[in-house]
Design a protein around this ligand. Sequence first.
Ligand code: PLP
Length: 398
Amino acid sequence: MLSKRALNLKPSPTLQLVVRAKELAAKGNDVISLSVGEPDWQTYEAPTAAGIKAIKEGFSKYTAANGIPELREAIVQQLKKEHNFDYTANQVTVGTGAKFVLFAAFQMICDEHDEVIIPSPYWVSYPVMVELASGKPITVECGKDVNFKITPQKLEAAITNKTKAFVFSSPSNPTGLAYTKDELKALAEVFKKHPKIVIITDDIYNHLMLNGQIIAPHILEIAPELKSRTLIVNGVSKSYAMTGWRIGWAVGPTELIKAISDYQSQATSSASSISQKAALEAIKNCDADIVKSNKLLLERLTNALTAFEKIPLVKASKPDGAFYIWLDITKTFGKKFEDTTIQNSRDFAGILLDKYFVATVPGLEFGTEGYIRISFAIETPRMMEAIHRIEKLISKLS
Ligand SMILES: Cc1ncc(COP(=O)(O)O)c(C=O)c1O
């Protein structure tokens, strides 16, 4: 019954872990989930009220495939305010979450065998999305020695005459690290030499900054000449705690935006009308809420980092943003837990979940071995309990 595409499709590893964690919880175990990729706080007051108002006022029909004009205009204004970028509303398309917008973008960018360069560790969905668009993901290993960020040398080495696009997130999922202006400038120099490459910037975490910056630096601030082939992707999921509302968008060259919008018109018709009204309110009126959330995240992060410092064999480094700690567990490899020798991050995360009921995501899922991703979008007492359990696991290793 199934197509080759279906047979080759890998389900999201993060969602599989959630299922396993839920099974353990259903059996009565006290499972702590550090694996989820979403804020644990509620959607802010203003967008919630706007959503309710939209329902009550009967704003319940299809919208234009590229989204309601006022939301597209608000996105344009936000980019102007935060980065001083100049776009028009017809260079914006709103879709069903940044994930679907990225999916549609790869469908519209890739022909068969076109290569898309993806720095590793990467967000789990990029390679699969590229494959589903018949493209070829070219993952570039960016380890600890380069602080998990692609360097101009590595980028240059990965480029071939089949390279069609480059995609990255800053701050990154899974490391939380953000590219500095200098790092972006160096990458921009490489892109300038290769004028056909489309650059996709996934800015979904760019407001959740924990390093003193208000917003993550953007490559177009440093190299505006790349604008005609850069696609900016963002959404309300993370910054405004609106993962379930499913609103994301792309901003970029008119031709590409129109193609993505036409694709959306055939695939989903439009994003939810109600959610679009809520997203509009979020973008316009929630700056103060984000400041509060970042303060809370920073407190939680500081507590977690202090607790991790006391645990041997693991090392937590401070992220620039998002809500992930990329925990170095390489020193546990080769050690024994009961009868099992820990050989990789899947083994470590498996023991941690099955024996100590703490769900994390093994680094292998993000293409990089030696780490687990821990979400600190969780209340501090629960986080402390989880770290205590990690400590117990470590103390049992021989
Ligand atoms: C790097 C990255 N990009 C995009 C997304 C998708 O966000 P959305 O909820 O808008 O689809 C996520 C969500 O986990 C993410 O981590």
